[in-house]
Design a protein around this ligand. Structure first.
Ligand SMILES: [Zn+2]
Length: 470
């Protein structure tokens, strides 16, 4: 028996259904019309790194220990990057590997450094130094069409149709890799670029359609090859249109919860950055370079990419700051102010509840304590408060000098573009296979690991938070 999981980062049914209703996108339509289908509720925050691993571990962040891309180190006063080694527990494919099932894991975000599995793992973003595949020498078998990450950034400023050409070939390469690694009992492939299209091109119907079609072609191929087995379509979270982006740490500074030093950053114009990349033809040459040089270039591109924003780490007066925010309203109270914690929470809750956007709408829709959202042994590593946004506002961690992205003058934007779409809690779910008929389901992201383990007849660990959907 074979199980194939097609993981489309940031996918949801809403923008796809009108096409299915017109008789298009036959791959997606097979799940919608003939299989289990519905929303897949993500975790909180519905962010790529914690959400993907909540899928593979079947647990909430209170048990995985990871809530974001970074964690706040209050002892050393730093933001620490997290990677696959930061998570607690076994992925469901570790359990399958132990039972002798072969697995192929392709490009799932948050799997760097790669894990030893009974098969192959090609780790997904964010990559650091060191081997990015298991076994290490599998890298030699990866075709140059399978771009590792980040390289597409230099294509963004051109015609969106050109950007989409690059994205289409990246999508195709993920499905082709699934075919290259077809000889396994479990195949998981992630298509990260799906999320990128939603963030930056949600308002461009033609690009959105090209993206759906590119994925649909891959889905059709998988369904054709996997007639006897089970195929699951899922995402780490959904997406939807946004009105603006909100800089939470700027807000905390303005309201006196966060203390900042003066900025000494110098602006770089967007033109100079684009010219730099275009002149070097980085997008074309980078994936032919040795791995270590690729990593350095990708890091550099990331810095350039967010030139109008700055990392708060060096600008925070750590000892004088009572609250720091990560993205999506994860609010952490400085342990040095532990005695004032309840008072800080009260004050902050009042300010956030009454916060209005430039168009007069509430910015925050719900404020909860960390222990109301999470459960498990690592709740204390999580945020003290979670301020969940009105879904049309995305909360950002960096500093920009402005409360709202729409206030930033155009000449100050670096290579980063304002986002037009951002994450929603409801992702996509579809499942076809032997004995499965059309039925609507509403499942959570924690349910998929138990579901897949059940398909293989493996015992479901007691501490998984989900339950099988079949
Ligand atoms: Zn994502």
């Amino acid at each position: 028996m074979k199980v194939v999981v097609i993981g489309l980062d940031g996918a949801c049914w809403d923008p796809i259904l009108p096409y299915i209703n017109k008789g298009e996108l036959p791959g997606y339509a097979q799940f919608w019309k003939n299989g289990l289908h519905g929303s897949l509720l993500s975790t909180i925050p519905y962010l790529t790194q914690p959400a993907w691993k909540s899928y593979s571990l079947g647990k909430n962040p209170g048990k995985t220990g990871v809530y974001h891309w970074t964690r706040i180190d209050w002892k050393e006063f730093k933001f620490r990057s997290l990677n696959s080694l930061s998570f607690h527990g076994d992925d469901y494919w570790d359990i399958l590997s132990e039972k002798g099932h072969r697995v192929s894991i392709i490009d799932m975000p948050s799997t760097f450094p790669p894990d030893k599995v009974n098969g192959v793992m090609i780790s997904g973003m964010n990559h650091g130094d060191g081997p990015w595949t298991y076994p290490e020498d599998f890298e030699k078998q990866i075709p140059s069409s399978f771009v590792k990450d980040g390289i597409h950034l230099f294509r963004r400023n051109q015609d969106p149709e050109v950007t989409m050409d690059g994205i289409e070939s990246e999508i195709k390469s993920r499905f082709e890799m699934a075919m290259q690694l077809w000889d396994a009992d479990l195949i998981h492939l992630s298509v990260e670029m799906n999320d990128h299209v939603a963030h930056f091109m949600w308002n461009n119907d033609h690009i959105m359609y090209r993206n759906f079609r590119a994925n649909d072609e891959g889905i059709q191929k998988i369904l054709k090859e996997n007639k006897e087995g089970y195929t699951i379509l899922m995402s780490d979270h959904g997406n939807g249109p946004i009105e603006d982006e909100f800089y939470t740490n700027e807000f905390l500074a303005k309201e006196g919860f966060l203390s900042l030093k003066e900025s000494d950053s110098k602006g770089v114009s967007r033109e100079s950055i684009v010219n730099f990349g275009t002149k070097l033809r980085l997008d074309r040459v980078v994936n032919k370079l040795p791995n270590s040089i690729q990593n350095r270039i990708v890091k550099r591109i990331r810095l350039i990419d967010s030139v109008m924003e700055s990392d708060p780490e060096k600008r925070i007066n750590w000892k004088e700051s009572r609250v720091i925010a990560l993205d999506e309203g994860l609010l952490y109270i400085n342990p040095m102010y532990q005695e004032e914690k309840e008072q800080i929470i009260d004050e902050l809750t009042k300010k956030l509840s009454s916060l209005k956007s430039k168009s007069g709408k509430s910015v925050i829709k719900n404020i909860l304590r960390g222990n109301e959202v999470y459960w498990g042994p690592y709740v204390s590593d999580g945020p003290d408060l979670v301020a969940i946004s009105n879904e049309i506002y995305h909360q950002r961690l960096p500093l920009s000098g402005y409360l709202w992205a729409s206030d930033i003058p155009e000449e100050s934007w670096g290579y980063r573009f304002p986002q037009v779409g951002h994450h929603r809690i409801k992702g996509i779910l579809g499942m076809v296979g032997p004995g499965i008929g059309p039925r609507e389901v509403n499942a959570s992201i924690y349910d998929l690991a138990p579901t897949i383990l059940k398909l293989f007849g493996c015992e479901i660990p007691d501490d998984m938070d989900g339950k099988p959907i079949i």
